[in-house]
Design a protein around this ligand. Structure first.
Ligand code: ATP
Length: 268
């Protein structure tokens, strides 16, 4: 199956530092694909390159068969890419419903003339936007709070609201940047259910996350970065056994000690 997102040789340099170093990546449609790595590994930079916030120094990005390397963020969004951010970015003074409406691209069937003349098509477009926003809120479990000011939502719900806004434009691929950050265990469990539901409804999920048990239980595929380089790429079962990953997270001394212990411990 052709990849929904394909990166080849993607590189971003900052002065003397290579934040993302020749990364190749293929995201299979219909999967939950996680990008992990220790602090400073280049995960956020990679997300910013993919979504068009940061231009690459080298390499290529293909989205749904289109080369988008030099396309601005809004063009990538129009092609079917949605995104949430590490820090919550909601409009606190707006209601939950209004926040989701901001994620909907305006669709005025009659064009500018219809807007000026306030033709019925405009009202129809508004009604359909509200219906779509309510549908998305239902999918993320926030419909009962549609008229609540966003600022009064508990933290976990604010994160769900961000996901709802990103889903409003019906993306084919959604990028979730540390979606479980700051969540309690109950919120994290509910989030895992939601992410699965998003995938099962046909949106491919690419996420960056620090919570290892969340990632291991949820992902179909994991890519590990360290110092900007891709050091592992495969199904979750293989990640914990890869010596390069163990070394990246625990350092060379601890990794060597663990390897020595494994060699001296008799097998089952
Ligand atoms: P964390 O898990 O801590 O969020 P990360 O894996 O997301 O880290 P990045 O934030 O992508 O890592 O940073 C990768 C490297 O690039 C780091 O060394 C960081 O200091 C550097 N870096 C990121 N953005 C810039 C920038 N705008 N200017 C200079 N260096 C940068």
């Amino acid at each position: 199956m052709p990849a929904i997102l394909e990166l080849s040789g993607l590189t971003r340099r900052y002065a003397g530092l290579v934040a993302v170093d020749s990364v190749d990546l293929a995201v299979t449609p219909g999967t939950i694909h996680a990008i992990i790595g220790p602090n400073g590994a280049g995960k956020t930079t990679l997300f910013n390159l993919i979504s068009g916030i940061t231009p690459p120094s080298e390499g290529q990005i293909r989205l749904l068969g289109h080369t988008v390397t030099d396309e601005p963020a809004y063009r990538r969004a129009a092609l079917g890419m949605g995104r949430t951010f590490q820090n919550i970015r909601i409009f606190a003074a707006m209601t939950v419903l209004e926040n989701v409406l901001t994620g909907l691209a305006p669709r005025f069937p009659g064009g500018l003339a219809a807007v000026i003349a306030l033709l019925p098509s405009l009202r129809r477009a508004e009604r359909s936007a509200v219906a779509r926003a309510r549908d998305v809120l239902d999918r993320v479990g926030l419909l009962s709070k549609a008229d609540t000011p966003a600022a009064s939502l508990p933290y976990g719900d604010q994160r769900r609201l961000e996901i709802a806004r990103a889903l409003a434009s019906a993306p084919r691929l959604i990028l979730l940047d540390e979606p479980a950050a700051g969540m309690n265990p109950a919120e994290t469990a509910a989030l895992a259910l939601l992410v699965r539901k998003i995938r099962d409804a046909g949106t491919t999920v690419l996420l960056v996350e620090h919570d290892m048990s969340f990632v291991m239980n949820l992902s179909d595929h994991i890519t590990v970065l360290n110092f900007g380089r891709r050091i592992h790429d495969g199904p979750p079962g293989d990640v914990k056994r890869d010596p390069r990953v163990i070394e990246a997270y625990l350092g060379p001394k601890v990794a060597a000690r663990l390897a020595a212990q494994r060699q001296t411990t008799p097998g089952p």
